[in-house]
Design a protein around this ligand. Structure first.
Ligand SMILES: Nc1ncnc2c1ncn2[C@@H]1O[C@H](COP(=O)(O)OP(=O)(O)OP(=O)(O)O)[C@@H](O)[C@H]1O
Length: 198
């Protein structure tokens, strides 16, 4: 279980007060809110990259030489990759062995693209490589921060269909951050509106 209660973060002069949340295995939780409210800041706290003041903050332990069980996917996948590395080299940064090959097939990605660099793929293809890089066996929680906002409707639908199938099979918990209420209502078990409207 990932839990956050009465938490806030100082950003310069600003103090961001986060909504309380809990996320358990197999759950798909949505988070919506206006631009600048602090959604990505919240993601950085849950990914353990930034420390917040909190009455309660429960995150999974990161074991030595293991990837963080909380993986954070950002919208601009091109910034998530080293442009000089091939996709294969990038996948090898998180994966041990070639366990990702089955996922490539599942997500409709050609094995021959592994020798390409990030700028030699479409946005949708690169976001799927980004997702596969995050789906190492130790991943338990996936924070999807506007991950399909830049994709066309068909590619978006395909991405979520594939990701939800993986999440169900592996009992992963997803935090889906989006401005798209239609998407959140379609795929999430519950949605937090921030700031709270009720
Ligand atoms: N590294 C930082 N240092 C200081 N302030 C920051 C930093 N990162 C973000 N902020 C500020 O914190 C606030 C929240 O930013 P954040 O990116 O978390 O919002 P957001 O809800 O994700 O916005 P958007 O929907 O536009 O991506 C903003 O006012 C932003 O200017």
């Amino acid at each position: 279980m990932l839990t956050l209660r009465n938490a806030c973060l100082r950003r310069g002069e600003q103090k961001i007060a986060f909504p309380d949340l809990s996320l358990q295995s197999g759950e798909v939780l949505g988070l919506s809110g206006p631009s600048g409210v602090g959604k990505s800041s919240l993601a950085s706290v849950l990914a353990g990259m930034v420390k917040a003041d909190a009455e309660r903050l429960e995150l999974p332990t990161i074991l030595p030489n293991q990837a963080n069980p909380v993986q954070w996917l950002i919208q601009q996948s091109e910034f998530a990759f080293n442009p000089r590395l091939t996709l294969k080299a990038s996948l090898n940064e998180s994966w041990r062995g070639d366990g990702y090959l089955a996922l490539l097939q599942e997500y409709g990605l050609e094995q021959s693209w592994l020798t390409r660099r990030p700028n030699q793929l479409s946005g949708g293809q690169l976001q799927r490589f980004n997702l596969i890089r995050a789906l190492v066996p130790t991943t338990e929680y996936l924070i999807c921060d506007e991950v399909t906002a830049h994709l066309d409707m068909v590619t978006q639908a395909q991405f979520w269909q594939q990701l939800l199938a993986s999440a169900k099979r592996r009992n992963l918990a997803l935090l889906v951050i989006s401005h798209d209420e239609y998407l959140l209502n379609a795929i999430c078990h519950r949605v937090i509106e921030w700031p709270c409207t009720r």
